[in-house]
Design a protein around this ligand. Structure first.
Ligand code: ADP
Ligand code: MG
Length: 149
């Protein structure tokens, strides 16, 4: 399912709709170039989980944990880690459990460690304010309205 988001806010609210549907244990893998909107979308997921922390790319720490009321968000960004080490992969795998939602920017770097039911979201730059967002997996396309245009 593909949508064209016409603004940063629209991308946040798409993420929020997805976040509101999550029950815990899911992995949301975000793909696409720098500036594609992965972090904006993650902000929305956090909102949807009722998390009020500010969301930014955890570039230098690889993972940021944000505690929500019911579920925590484990937010990864593998931009700087083309070859993640074993310890990191172990902690990634441990974090995938019913108490957390795992969101991964630059998921291509850890693709082979992700569960089969991972929700994949691909971001493509169209113009300064437009991004194509493609969501696949887990039947979640059903929760996001298709673009009326
Ligand atoms: N439709 C859109 N969706 C998401 N971001 C957009 C959109 N239009 C413009 N932008 C801008 O593009 C940038 C996206 O940045 P970010 O979410 O950090 O990307 P990434 O994490 O993929 O590198 C932000 O500065 C945002 O304001
Ligand atoms: Mg980012």
């Amino acid at each position: 399912m593909k949508i064209v988001s016409k603004s940063s806010d629209e991308t946040v609210s798409l993420g929020q709709k997805l976040g509101e549907q999550l029950k815990g244990g899911e992995v949301v893998a975000l793909y696409g170039d720098l500036g594609g909107g992965k972090t904006q979308f993650t902000k929305g997921i956090a909102k949807g989980l009722g998390i009020e922390d500010d969301i930014f790319s955890p570039t230098f720490v690889i993972r940021r944990d944000c505690k929500g009321k019911e579920l925590s968000l484990l937010h990864y960004d593998f931009y700087r880690f083309e070859v993640p080490d074993e310890e990191l992969i172990e902690s990634l795998e441990e974090g995938i459990n019913p108490e957390n939602v795992t969101v991964i920017e630059w998921a291509e770097r850890v693709e082979k460690y992700l569960p089969e039911n991972t929700i994949k979201v691909v971001f493509r730059y169209i113009s300064e304010s437009e991004r194509e967002i493609e969501i696949e997996g887990n039947g979640f396309s059903a929760v996001i309205p298709t673009d009326p245009t």
